[in-house]
Design a protein around this ligand. Sequence first.
Ligand code: GLA
Length: 401
Amino acid sequence: MLARALAPLALLLLVPPALVGPAHNHARDDAAPLRQPAPTLAATPPMGWNSWNHFACDVNEQTIRETADAMVSSGMRDAGYRYVVIDDCWQVSRDAAGTLVADPQRFPHGIKALADYVHAKGLEFGIYTDAGTNTCQGRPGTLGHEVQDARTFAAWGVDYVKEDWCHARGLDAPTQYRKFRDALTRTGRPIILSLCEWGYNQPWDWAPRIGQLWRTTDDIEDKWGSMLSNLDQSAQHATVAGPGHWNDPDMLEVGNGGMTSDEYRAHFSLWAVMAAPLIAGNDLRAMTDTTRAILTNPEVIAVDQDALGAQGFLVSEGPPDLQVWAKPLHDGSRAVVLFNRSDSSAKITASFHRAGLYADSATVHDLWSHRDLGTFGGSFATTVAPHAVVMIRATAAGTRH
Ligand code: GLA
């Protein structure tokens, strides 16, 4: 049963790497083929930070400035994190002209000054709105103000907008998101559009034509079970992802305290193998060394950011909860995650063939210990701690069939 369920995934891995990636077979609202020039926005999954997971509504300009500072001093900027995104609750009203007004107590210098500060750090600036009448926290939404808000954001120097889907009853999601995307495009400023309708309207069918990333799930929580649930749901849409358009299983919880370090390493590894946006959601000003080491692991980030832009797949599951995931990389090698979802240590075997590597043997490099582990025939097996991963890169060494 399971083998049958996994067969289509294995077949997909037989496809030459260049063909794995954008494969849009389900265009619902637009019959034109999705042959696009190389994307200028989000050619690889966006990386950054967002205020929601840690701060929720408790945001202000001081926190955002200190976060931008920490992004630089912690090495996160140099590791590839670019976007500093304020989520919900920055806005309180509209003025007489209909322009969105930032909370004057929390953002006394206004959003433009904050964007300037972030830009001066060599970073990019993102903001949040909602396609409906109000945001999820009841602040003013963009409905009926698409052109005005897009112009406001462009004038403030916004580089990334997350658009939510609360208070949007009766609206058609592709129509509303396209309307706002068109308004953003007309500003002339390159702005990433992050769609956030939680997978409720099958965004994988239409969002790749509209924005650069779309949520596939409900909100993540800082819990092992929530992380697994978002992983499993987002994995269903792997063939749709590719340069310029990415499935978004929601922001990272690494460092927020609800999971163990092994669980956070697993979370980060699996987001990377899924080519998910890497949007940190912790307090960057107070990170432990362990959290920083997870978020800045260059070898895992390189998997996420690989130029091929293929989202990885679940390629095998031995006993339940012992999984192998694989992601094709541009040089023909494979990133492989041996993932122990069970509560006890277990041996997991990753077959090179099943991971899509057609060679008798492969060299194996460990992406968390940063060691070359040697050359292995046929498969690589190791003991994996409970709720943990071993993540490797496997490169064909022996004769190809
Ligand atoms: C929704 C989104 C979250 C966050 C909150 C803010 O729940 O899915 O990511 O933006 O709204 O209110």
